[in-house]
Design a protein. Structure first.
Length: 248
């Protein structure tokens, strides 16, 4: 059974079905003026008055030629708030864009600081800006430090025949990286006959190198021969262990 509803904005009457009204909780759009209204509340009875019935009001939802601009209804009647087109929040969009740019800049700065040595090695043109930035930030200008690309090719520990109580550590370090690298720290552990540690000492580059040689680092693919004299007069060591690493 069909019913008749009337648009309260322009007075146009439409024939509608019950399931049409139930589909959207009674909300329909006028196919003539484009206004949205409650079709249930606007139902009328067909009496002696002759009604000029238009097609179903829901057709106006799909026929662009029968719809008005969404900004207003007839005679300047504003569109219902729930039917209005959502406007983009421009200020919020700009704030999110600015926050994203700041976050990206901060990440780029952190990466440049963390890998400043590698960047300078791969891009020589970056040396001057890096040095200037480090002077301003008061940070140390370091060479790359990749312990996994450094290896101890050989080592030997012997008593010094000329001086009692001294031992001589000789080691050959190889840089397997394509970049120059900083000299590593060495951990020397002296052990007794049972393999127990009787002396452990960490040697930093400043402990076994001249300052100028330490600054130059080990060339790409190069090797560095070390000779280090140590006092062992207070220990009775029979063997040793030697590791290289970079302090964190």
């Amino acid at each position: 059974m069909s019913l008749v509803t009337r648009c309260p904005a322009c007075g146009t009457a439409f024939r509608v079905q019950r399931d049409q009204l139930a589909a959207h909780f009674g909300t329909v759009r006028c196919g003539k003026c484009g206004s949205a209204f409650n079709g249930v509340a606007a139902l009328v009875e067909e009496g002696a008055e002759r009604l000029a019935l238009e097609p179903s009001p829901q057709l106006g939802l799909f026929d662009p030629s029968r719809r008005q601009a969404p900004s207003a209804g007839p005679a300047g009647t504003p569109m219902p708030e729930f039917m209005a087109e959502p406007q983009p929040a421009r200020r919020r969009t700009w704030l999110w864009t600015l926050a994203a740019l700041l976050a990206a800049s901060a990440l780029a700065a952190q990466a440049a600081y963390r890998y400043r040595a590698e960047i300078a090695a791969f891009v020589p043109e970056a040396l001057a800006p890096r040095d200037a930035a480090c002077r301003w930030l008061r940070c140390a200008v370091l060479l790359p430090r990749r312990a996994d690309l450094m290896s101890l090719e050989s080592s030997d520990l012997q008593a010094d025949p000329r001086r009692e109580g001294l031992i001589v550590l000789e080691a050959l370090i190889r840089n397997r990286s394509r970049l120059p690298q900083e000299y590593p720290a060495l951990e020397l552990t002296l052990t007794d006959e049972a393999g127990r540690a009787v002396l452990r000492r960490v040697l930093l580059p400043a402990d076994y190198l001249e300052p100028e040689r330490s600054k130059q680092g080990i060339a790409p693919g190069g090797e560095a021969a070390l000779r280090i004299y140590l006092d062992s007069s207070r220990t009775r060591a029979t063997s040793y262990r030697l590791y290289l690493f970079y302090p964190t």
